[in-house]
Design a protein around this ligand. Structure first.
Ligand SMILES: Cc1ncc(COP(=O)(O)O)c(C=O)c1O
Length: 455
């Protein structure tokens, strides 16, 4: 189709996600290879966001993964996981169980991250009612963290810690409270890491007690929180969260929609931080986004009451465990193993961080944080005082200047102010020093200009 036709049809028919329609026409991306994308005009971009933190293998495996999809289409293009099983769902469940740490052993397929989060909360609610013979509506509440993004369906949205996303859809699903995330950058001067951990755990315990532990079924948190900018956990945090969940009989769910399948150099980040969750939600990287598939992974302990009582988990999605999606995910995992993707991330994370750390010389860059191939730099008005930009300034800085300018320079990353303003950097996991240098070069240039803009 001709470029002009594509633009016209996009304007007439395509409603974009999280986009103010009626503004500028959207960029139209037509192809990808490796870490790069190309638009309708033939301009190339370094995709330092891996799609949406999700194209872990990069864009170059279409032939091989397409072949797996093609073969599955010929063999069995669709069948369901409702009552029936089929070989690809069985094989993928066994593969995911073998890669998941500890006693995570049972796999329920969905079509994406929001559905995984939705399913995790519903599973936790039903687990307690089946295990203890409780009436529904007794142990149903959830705890998540401020500014955390967990998806857009009503349950996942309610768990979301971003006020601006929740507000238009009130009233939401009862009942969620949000505790502090692990952002240490704006904590009081002189506070030690141990003191920070103690503060976070005391707050979590206080919140559980205020809500009444008898009514709380789920604590749902990311190993490293994306929204707000790659908040890593302080030492002792996850052991403490696990202990509180055990003490108050609450299921712990690790939202690994971004972090699973290599982003932090492990199949699951729960392994890196020894989280020992009862439930893991995953999606994006499971197929490197070559397919719409997610998985909720849980333990035998969580499944046990369902096995013993004969109760069913009353949940299902037509496309959960779709055979073509499963075949793609299986091929993705096979390629990740062959290409040693986790090893590549672990071997290169220090070099990646060191390259990005050059940006800390700029007056506008206050903090660099993250792990694996998952980083954020926080932008500040004053490095000494760590003063952040006002909402109005953020608007000028991020939407008015940085986003369009970075794109113009051929770099796709995310300038985000769901918390304090950050640039999020999360490239395909095949990126090498050449890409670390390229993105740091462009960011350096554009952030220096941004500082001048804001004076
Ligand atoms: C941590 C986390 N959970 C859940 C989701 C929702 O996933 P999806 O967009 O596939 O519904 C996202 C999406 O970015 C996410 O980052």
């Amino acid at each position: 189709m001709a470029a002009t036709d594509l633009r016209r049809l996009a304007a007439d028919h395509l409603w974009l996600h999280f986009t103010q329609m009626g503004g500028h026409p959207p960029p139209i991306i037509v192809r990808g290879d490796g870490c790069y994308l190309e638009d309708l005009e033939g301009k190339r971009y370094l995709d330092a966001l891996a799609g949406l933190f999700s194209v872990n293998l990069g864009y170059g495996f279409g032939e091989e993964i397409g072949q797996a999809a093609h073969e599955q289409m010929r063999e069995l293009p669709f069948y369901t996981n409702w009552t029936y099983a089929h070989p690809r769902a069985i094989e993928l469940s066994a593969e995911v169980a073998s890669l998941a740490p500890g006693d995570l052993n049972r796999v329920f397929f969905v079509s994406g991250g929001s559905e995984a989060v939705e399913a995790a909360w519903k599973l936790a609610r039903q687990y307690f009612s089946v295990r203890d013979g409780l009436e529904p509506g007794k142990k149903y509440k959830a705890i998540a963290r401020d500014i955390a993004y967990h998806g857009t369906t009503m349950g996942a949205l309610s768990i979301n810690g971003i006020e601006a996303l929740r507000a238009p859809f009130e009233p939401l699903v009862p009942e969620v409270r949000h505790v502090s995330n692990t952002n240490r950058y704006h904590r009081p001067d002189g506070e030690t890491e141990a003191e920070f951990t103690a503060f976070l755990l005391e707050e979590l315990e206080r919140t559980i007690l205020e809500m009444d532990p008898e009514t709380v079924c789920l604590v749902h948190m990311e190993p490293v929180q994306n929204a707000g900018g790659s908040f890593v956990p302080p030492a002792g945090y996850w052991a403490g969260v696990r202990e509180l969940c055990d003490r108050y009989d609450i299921l712990l769910s690790a939202d690994e929609v971004i972090t699973a399948f290599g982003r932090l150099g492990h199949w699951f980040a729960s392994e890196r931080y020894d989280i020992r969750p009862d439930i893991v939600t995953s999606a994006k990287g499971l197929s490197s986004s070559y397919a719409a598939i997610g998985a909720v992974v849980t333990t035998d302990k969580v499944m046990e009451p369902f096995l013993e009582s004969g109760a069913m988990y009353s949940h299902g999605i037509t496309f959960g465990g779709h055979p073509v999606m499963c075949a793609i995910a299986l091929k993705n995992i096979e390629i990740m193993k062959r290409e040693r993707i986790n090893e590549h991330v672990l071997e290169n994370e220090d070099a990646f961080r060191a390259t990005l750390a050059q940006l800390l010389d700029l007056p506008i860059v206050g903090d660099l944080r993250g792990a694996g191939f998952f980083y954020a730099i926080e932008l500040v008005k004053d490095k000494e005082t760590r003063e952040t930009f006002s909402d109005e300034e953020c608007d000028t800085l991020l939407r008015g200047f940085l986003s369009p300018r970075l794109f113009e320079k051929g770099l796709i990353c995310r300038a985000d102010d769901r918390g304090d303003p950050v640039i999020q950097i999360s490239p395909p996991l095949i990126a090498t020093q050449a890409q670390f240098d390229e993105m740091t070069g462009i960011l350096g240039e554009v952030l220096a200009e941004a500082w001048e803009e804001m004076q």
